[in-house]
Design a protein around this ligand. Structure first.
Ligand code: 13P
Length: 245
């Protein structure tokens, strides 16, 4: 399994429910991975699961293959599910879990996310565990409690700064073009590292309306260890700019 802590910055693309064979061919034709060589950063692309295998054939280090979700079950009568072993056998090194779209639309709980993380770790895949507050929670003043509760309750046993990545994605910033102020991003990242016991040296990524125009400023913040990029990662030119910012 990768030691995620050894990287300087980690920049991950979450393609969500977007891709086709034509899209993938065009994307990797235009993504010049050579621009990223000799870099101490880690880059991850997470396509939808049916395309993992075809993407893996077009990707080379330092760009790694990631998935967007995995089952909390390992095998059995669970129609439509994809297990951590299946992801590992398709060259997956990293897997996003607990994304707010999974928590909100598919009712995933912290307990589900913890089980998924345990399955991933057993299969040598590093989980990216997502957390984030809604606008109501932010406005109601409970965002710190929400984040602390999500982080502490979705961590698997054996979690460490070497095997887990945390991603802070305020839900109101996802796909909206809105981002928290740089001070607000710093404040929450610093809260995760300084106030949640045991998380001081975990890698914590920021996600939510990251684009090449704001990526550099966000990534420069002291407690931000990288980015989780949605919409902007679907454009290879834009994503290369973000990866090299
Ligand atoms: P956007 O970058 O499209 O706001 O999405 C962020 C996200 O959800 C990444 O996981």
């Amino acid at each position: 399994m990768l030691d995620v802590n050894k990287f300087n910055k980690i920049i991950a693309a979450n393609w969500k429910l977007n891709a086709s064979f034509d899209f993938i061919k065009g994307y990797f034709d235009q993504l010049n991975i050579d621009e990223l060589k000799n870099n101490e950063n880690c880059f991850i692309i997470c396509p939808p699961s049916p395309y993992l295998n075809s993407c893996s054939k077009l990707m080379n280090p330092p760009v790694l293959l990631g998935a967007q979700n995995c089952s909390k079950y390992n095998d059995g009568a669970y129609t439509g599910e994809v297990s951590a072993l299946m992801l590992a056998e398709n060259q997956c090194k990293v897997c996003i879990i607990g994304h707010s779209e999974r928590r909100q639309i598919f009712n995933e709980t912290n307990e589900d996310i913890k089980l998924k993380a345990e399955n991933l770790l057993k299969n040598d895949i590093n989980p990216i565990i997502c957390v984030g507050e809604t606008l109501e929670e932010k406005e109601g003043g409970s965002k710190f409690d929400i984040i602390q509760n999500q982080i502490t309750n979705s961590m698997p046993k054996n979690a460490s700064k070497h095997n887990i990545i945390v991603a802070y994605e305020p839900i109101w910033a996802i796909g909206t073009g809105l981002t928290p102020s740089l001070e607000d991003i710093s404040e929450i990242h610093s809260f995760i590292k300084k106030s949640i016991k045991g998380f001081d040296s975990y890698k914590v990524l920021y996600g939510g309306s990251v684009k090449s125009v704001n990526s550099e400023q966000i990534m420069k913040l002291k407690d931000v260890d990288g980015l989780l990029v949605g919409g902007a990662s679907l454009n290879p030119h834009e994503f290369i700019k973000i990866m090299t910012s």
